[in-house]
Design a protein around this ligand. Sequence first.
Ligand code: SF4
Length: 251
Amino acid sequence: MASLHPSLPLEPRPARRRAPAPAADPSLAEKALEIHHRLCPVYGCPIPYFHSLDPLSELVSSLLSHRTRNADSGRAFKALRARFPDWSEVIDAPTEEVEAAIAGVRWPEQKAPRIQASLAAIRERTGRLSLDFLKDMSVEAARAWLQEMPGIGPKTSAAVLSFSVLRMAALPVDSHHHRVAQRLGLIGPEVDVGPSHVVLRAQLPADWGAQELYDNHEILMLHGQKVCHHRKPACDRCVLAGICPSAFEVA
Ligand code: SF4
């Protein structure tokens, strides 16, 4: 197994001592809820989960998906599974073989050693290759545990807990979700994707379960894909135009 490439663009690591979650601005919490209620009918909440993977497999899937189309990362995941039916085989394989199996994703030369390093770190820390034990932890503790691993930041830790069969109440934020939240004024222009996780989660009701948080992520992501495009957002057919400070302002 190759060592982790020193120039690998890892997700930013969290500070070891986590600050308490910020209290949400009440007006922004109200707005976040209004956005949720307007988008849910458009995209059909409750939204079916797209994966039923165990959490370790979900971790690999999530690492493959970074800046890659879902169809391409899904194909790469299947190819990796077909070539290495056991995750321990991925750790022990020459990195070039892992890279060849995931050639369809963006930056396979970086993702192959990253996947190997993450799997190796989990095996070293727990003595086995499984993340099933996370189900017995709180969401906060499980995310903190995951984020101690190389290359795992807030987005990947939330995805593992939310998208896998663990179905835990975590809120992932991808680039579409983040862009839409910024345009709507839920987060400021200086707030990056990593730090936005805690801010956006704090704006939603504390007692929301896994499905509601998953729905919130999915509807904002889908809205970014289908309406609030990176360029030329379709504000004229957006159900949020009346409460969006960026409406008709983005070229
Ligand atoms: S009004 Fe325009 S900028 Fe605002 S969320 Fe809708 S599409 Fe995006």
